[in-house]
Design a protein around this ligand. Structure first.
Ligand code: ISE
Length: 318
């Protein structure tokens, strides 16, 4: 029997999920909802699905097995709770919520169902380059330091600091949690601005294991660029960049980087969709779960306080 899925949010991320779900056998995207009719129509056209402008109605519908939430970040928690209460499996784009309190409310709602049903779209765990680093680390002994660099292309949008943390750096925060297998204990954040624009954020974190993590975030104009380096007891691992040919032309050698995360993480998103569906069919959450979403949000909360106070801030772990 096919898995009947509703997709909430038909912006770039929603459309990416629609395309990836449609490529899977036995998955039917039944309805696409977006608060804006024109977007709902575009998403529904891609899927050959019904269009709706009632995201909460979709979350609550009883003829769907699962929903993907890819609406604006501040709607994630309420939509996830509505879907959980209607007994649906959920793939919720990151962040799970924009506050620790709301992420905890999602977890409380999920707990009432008696089984895990929420996966969070922290898709780097499916990225082949990140997985290679994870594999290499198993041979290198204890992790000493992780260096994560995230150059973003939201340059034409002046984003406040909390949004940069919860929308972008949350990926790196979760990567550190995943690769180290431990929690952050404290963070120190430094922020460089030009007027309102945040140009650069540096987050130095300490982990329960004693390892350290540095996350460098920059709004870049040239392309979307993510780097990872793990320094361990017996050596280090450097994440590969996606394989691209070198084009020599007009007296120059050129290698394409890409303008956004859709290009850099194409494969990760595809694998994520397939793994999520397999997990839903098995009645399991196999990828990053709501506890991972909450853990990351706790680090975000501490990072915001650190940036405001200039102090090193302990991460509240509940
Ligand atoms: C976006 O939602 C992502 O997932 C990207 O990885 C991140 O770099 C970007 O800033 C977000 O807006």
């Amino acid at each position: 029997m096919s898995l009947r899925v509703g997709v909430i949010g038909a912006g770039g991320m929603g459309r990416e999920h629609i395309a990836n779900l449609m490529a899977l056998e036995g998955v039917e995207v039944v309805v696409v909802a977006d608060a804006i009719q024109a977007s709902a129509d575009v998403g529904a056209d891609i899927a050959g699905a019904e269009a709706s402008i009632d995201p909460f109605g979709i979350a609550r519908r009883d003829d769907l097995d699962a929903v993907v939430i890819a609406s604006p970040d501040d709607t994630h928690a309420e939509l996830a709770i509505a879907a959980i209460e209607a007994g649906k499996a959920v793939l919720c784009e990151k962040p799970l919520a924009v506050t620790v309190e709301d992420a905890s409310r999602v977890i409380a709602a999920e707990a009432t169902t008696g089984r895990p049903i929420v996966q969070v779209g922290l898709m780097r765990v499916y990225d082949p380059a990140h997985r290679q680093v994870a594999d290499a680390m198993t041979e290198l002994g204890d992790l000493h330091h992780l260096r994560l660099v995230h150059r973003n292309t939201n340059f034409d949008w002046v984003r406040p600091l909390d949004v940069i943390f919860s929308q972008s750096m949350i990926h790196d925060i979760h990567t550190a949690h995943w690769l180290s297998g431990t929690d952050f204990t404290s963070v120190v954040a430094q922020v460089a601005r030009t007027g309102e624009r945040i140009n650069y954020v540096n987050l130095l974190g300490e982990l329960e294991s004693g390892a350290t993590v540095s996350i460098e975030f920059a709004e870049a104009t040239y392309g979307y660029d993510v780097e990872i380096e793990a320094t361990c007891q017996h050596g280090m691992a450097i994440g590969a960049q996606p394989a691209q040919p070198v084009i020599r032309r007009d007296g120059a050698a050129h290698r394409h980087i890409g303008h956004d995360w859709f290009g850099r993480f194409t494969q990760a998103y595809r694998i994520e969709a397939a793994e999520w569906v397999a997990g839903v069919r098995a009645g399991e959450v196999r990828g990053p779960d709501s506890a991972d979403g909450l853990a990351a949000q706790r680090v975000v909360a501490a990072a915001i306080v650190s940036a405001e106070t200039g102090e090193r801030v302990r991460v509240d772990r509940g």
